[in-house]
Write a protein that binds this ligand. Structure first.
Ligand code: ZN
Length: 269
């Protein structure tokens, strides 16, 4: 089936090569930091729009994470590839992603041996949510390169969701009653939790919402500079609690302090 699909895509590329460069099954369109790889010549406008927006996201995401000396990264052969499948069917068939996956980022998968964002065309939230979220993941992984894997998943997902338009307020409103009712995920569980280990879909949603809520609390309550310090401590290879305590010295002595202050803040609104 995959072979058939590849052949189909390839033949489309051959018959309608377009103005951009056609390579294997895909047509490439490049900007400074990104290459969009798409399959149908009719998607040229979408590909141009993606490049334009991705360059803006690159600047914004780097700044939000505190990675300002990032300017020369991801250029030339290090450009990030954004693979745009024409529709959900080809996306799920080719990548093996689940039916509800709308996109993902990867640094070195068997399928794509590069930094890639993989998604499919025709999704209304591609610019407002999918691309900024996945680009944030890639930047964060690069920022924390040495000891990636030490960083808690919730922190990465919190930072990635920070880039999704309108989500911050949505999550604030949603989390307030949850915290008030004591139904949040206790931090001693939350710190090492991976959403893939959760069976219950509502717990997965809670995990994501809580992740964003804690990151937003840190930034809005204690400012961008302290958050940059936290990024730097993590980049230096500290585990999350040690990084937190150093970056917010005099404020948090432990994860438990972060939890109680986060609860108090949500209750005070
Ligand atoms: Zn994510």
């Amino acid at each position: 089936m995959r072979l058939f699909l590849l052949l189909l895509i390839f033949s489309i590329g051959v018959f309608f090569p377009g103005q951009a460069v056609a390579q294997d099954a895909f047509i490439d369109l490049k900007s400074t930091h990104f290459v969009v790889r798409y399959t149908l010549p009719g998607e040229r406008n979408t590909a141009e729009e993606i490049l334009d927006q991705a360059e803006q996201m690159y600047v914004r995401v780097s700044r939000n994470i505190g990675f300002t000396r990032y300017a020369d990264f991801w250029t030339w052969d290090k450009r990030v590839k954004i693979i745009l499948f024409p529709d959900q069917i080809s996306y799920t068939r080719f990548t093996g992603q689940t039916q509800w996956s709308r996109g993902y980022a990867s640094r070195d998968s068997k399928l794509f041996r590069d930094r890639v964002v993989v998604t499919y065309d025709g999704q209304p939230e591609i610019f407002s949510a999918i691309l900024p979220h996945e680009i944030a993941h890639l930047i964060l992984w690069d920022l924390l390169a040495e000891d990636a894997g030490k960083t808690p998943v919730w922190f990465e997902e919190g930072v990635a969701q920070l880039e999704e338009q309108g989500k911050r307020q949505l999550v604030k409103d949603a989390m307030r009653p949850v915290i008030a009712a004591g139904k949040h995920i206790p931090f001693n569980v939350f710190i090492d939790l991976k959403p893939s280990e959760l069976q219950d879909e509502s717990q997965v949603s809670l995990f994501y919402a809580q992740s964003l809520s804690v990151v937003v609390f840190l930034i809005e309550k204690y400012g961008q500079d302290a958050f940059y310090r936290l990024s730097k401590e993590l980049r230096d290879g500290r585990n999350f609690e040690a990084a937190l305590v150093r970056a917010y010295s005099g404020i948090f002595g432990s994860m438990a302090d972060l939890e109680s202050r986060w609860i108090a803040d949500a209750s005070s609104l």
